[in-house]
Design a protein around this ligand. Sequence first.
Ligand code: ASP
Length: 436
Amino acid sequence: MGLKVAKFGGSSVADGIQLTKTKQIIEADPDRRYIVVSAPGKRFDGDSKITDLLYLCKTHADHNLPYDQLFQVVADRFMAVQMNLDIDINLHAHFDAIKENLGKGCTPDYIASRGEYLNAVLIAAFLGYDFVDTEGLIQFDSKGRLKQKETDEALREELLKHERAVLPGFYGSMPNGDIKTFSRGGSDVTGSLVARAVGAEMYENWTDVSGFLMADPRIVKNPKPIHKISYLELRELSYMGASVLHEDAIFPARAANIPINIRNTNKPEDPGTIITAEPDAENTNVITGIAGSKDFTVIALYKNMLAGERGFIRRILSVLEDFDMSIEHVPTGIDTLSIVLSNKTLDGRLDEVVDAIQKQVNPDSIETFEDMAMIATVGHGMSRRPGTSATLFTALANADVNIRMIDQGSSELNIIVGVQNKDFDKAIKAIYEAFV
Ligand code: ASP
């Protein structure tokens, strides 16, 4: 078999017990040659993630509050693992350097990145693998944008020199040498970049769940697992709120056609979910999954002969651009057009936006619906099966859910419905029961 890149998330590397499982997983397959690790995550409910503690140290330092004890909590967690597993390494020099930089006013990205850094140093020693720092390899421009090509080349060139290596997730550096992190959960992105650079056959993402489920288990009882999902389907689902994988982690692997396998460190026997370029040919299900999110606002415009009017949509979009607001959906009809925005994006400025639209395009009427939820029903199977939307709408009607908005992607990969927040759970249950 070919080469595998395995990324282990915070909970998989949270303490000695978890690290022992991680080591067993890595050693069970010699193809797992490049390992990307997160900082230690929570060991139990109510515990703190190392990354959060590090940010907290920085906040204390910025406010001239003592941070020694807090930093000691961080250091102690690494030392406990080192002693528990009897790892032959001394981390004190690293702790001292970090504390010194903290005192000198380091950046938040630098301090946050140290959780991954220390963990990778420790785990490399534990496994007997080389430690390869991603600083200088994962490259950002001065505006903080990832330099894809340079990163790809630098990672490839460096990793060719190492048969087996552990790399810290989450960060790289900018042209001036400053550390720059991805957004939270960004070690997934590092893993994907490494997989692409080394031309991995598989990118394994080890976490604490056995992959994706067809619906949120807090809403649907025992939803079925998704064994295979295409990148496109996952985009539609993750966009609506699935949170197992950082959404930017899909792109590098996808560009190189590398499947991503989500696996559970606590249940390594579970096959997990495989994310691939092609839809699963053997899947006879009409839908692959359902996901949704609450708290959107729909601004519905009505104007006679709207479809014939030049520049109408452009002018509306320019209003939202002026407000620097991104739009979720724009379903249209002959004389109607709706704009869906998340309430977070609107940030209490709905009246201002409506006024500006009114001035710009002078519609016959504008109605707004707040407290809306969007639900995406996703699956390549939907295009093959006539009557999918009928099944969906009948299920919602039978559950007494009023649909305020419908948007179907042109790829026939998804149907998105807008319902009231209060009907969110009921609607998801009804759709699940109708299709699964
Ligand atoms: N440690 C970072 C975070 O907590 C990155 C990661 O775990 O992927 O967000």
